[in-house]
Write a protein that binds this ligand. Sequence first.
Ligand code: ATP
Length: 497
Amino acid sequence: MIAPVVQAVGVGKRYGPTVALHDVSLTVRPGESHALVGRNGAGKSTLVSILTGLSATDSGSVSFSGEPAPPLSKKDAWQSRVACVYQHAMVVPQLSVAENLFLNRPARGGLIGWKKLRRQARELLDSWGVRVAVDTPAGELSIEDRQFVEIARALSRGARFIVLDEPTAQLDSQAIERLFARMRQMQQSGITFLFISHHLHEVYEVCQAVTVLRDARHVLTAPVEKIGRAELVDAMTGEQDGLPAAVTHAPLAVGAGEVLTVTALSGDGFRDVSLQVRRGEVVGLAGSNASGKHQVAETVYGLRAPTAGTVAVEGKTLPSGDIAAALQAGIGCVPRDRHHQGLVLAHSIMDNVTLSVLDRMGRCGIATPRARRARGTRALSDYGIVATGPEQPVSDLSGGNQQKVVLARALERDPRVVVLINPTAGVDVKSKEALLAVVDRVRAEGKAVLLVSDELDDLRRADRVLVLRGGAVVAEHRAGWSDGELVAGIEGVGRHD
Ligand SMILES: Nc1ncnc2c1ncn2[C@@H]1O[C@H](COP(=O)(O)OP(=O)(O)OP(=O)(O)O)[C@@H](O)[C@H]1O
């Protein structure tokens, strides 16, 4: 029998008091796409960091194709066996694609010939069917192209085992299809994938085997065709209640006043967008990544300045491109990029949650540690954040739990308008329900919610969904739309095309 591409046996890992992995085993067979799933904080990223040589195990062992894993210090040896493509770019943005591909690999003889470098880069990308200009600065690549460049870089180093850590989290549906098509092609050339996703339908679409981690332990490994979705959710949650219930919608209060008014707003990537959100109303914005939906929302909460048009809260026009003014006017937001705009990673959960309310918590903006701890503790239970306590630094939290802290922070100031951009990105299937229940709660409290998302489950929470295409609003769907109807609108195709 051919040796597994990678085998982890009885792996244990602790971070201080936190047990991140306990006696976890994983076997990935050559040429398969193997899904690794589990709730936020289950231990997936920790296992990946061990399988890619970024951190050491406390116990247990890892082998590649039957050979023990190299020592951690031998980076080249690791890179020739395995690579991980993360959600966050691991390329140097200022360098060209060609330079990124051959980064840290001195040419023979010590001198780099640019012409040769470019030619080799071109050949490499062509051989894997990646259509990206080699002179483009890597920072200008779309997320999709950047991921392909990172995969090509790994392959050029000899790795035939690629870990994809939530690769679809920021892609629109067409880009996801292209990624899956490329994965299937590469699998036929003998490449093996470990695929991490919180979208279980993707597991069924592209993987042949699945491993579930729960609370730092291995729960099961099974062929995908042998395990149903409800069973998979039960394995992840340890409960027997299967799939989430359908959404029910209380009607909007009659005569509810307008809270957010966007009038003829234009800016980078969108033009002449007008919309109104009333008290207790959730308005969804849907569209492809190029539709301009993110830019509209980012202009509403002041991250971007519009070139024309206005944003008003309860009739009062906001100064343009001023986040602080938007916050003062009662706009809370979950930004697109939680690492750069949403969180201070080195600070604790309680510090992050209370950051925007310090002026309200104590005299001269000084809140006592006790008051901050109390708010932090409440956030842990309100949002189901898995952590050792409110003092834990946010950088120590798993991705999904960081996202919950961002939402807690956005709502802490009791805003009148809540702008949510991909609020459930990276959040596991159960926590997603909990976060969406928070959306229902703030709706019931009479807040106005603008919800930008690629997720149909999120958008189902909305009273109306506006579809953007090419920077303009092209359609409006009232609650009760069918998936096919909305997706057709987003993609710009008729239902029967
Ligand atoms: N550097 C660290 N310091 C302290 N604790 C950590 C660190 N990295 C991870 N942890 C903890 O280890 C546990 C496992 O986290 P991990 O990131 O592996 O989960 P995950 O399954 O990848 O979650 P997600 O789906 O949210 O990304 C969590 O309780 C997390 O808080």
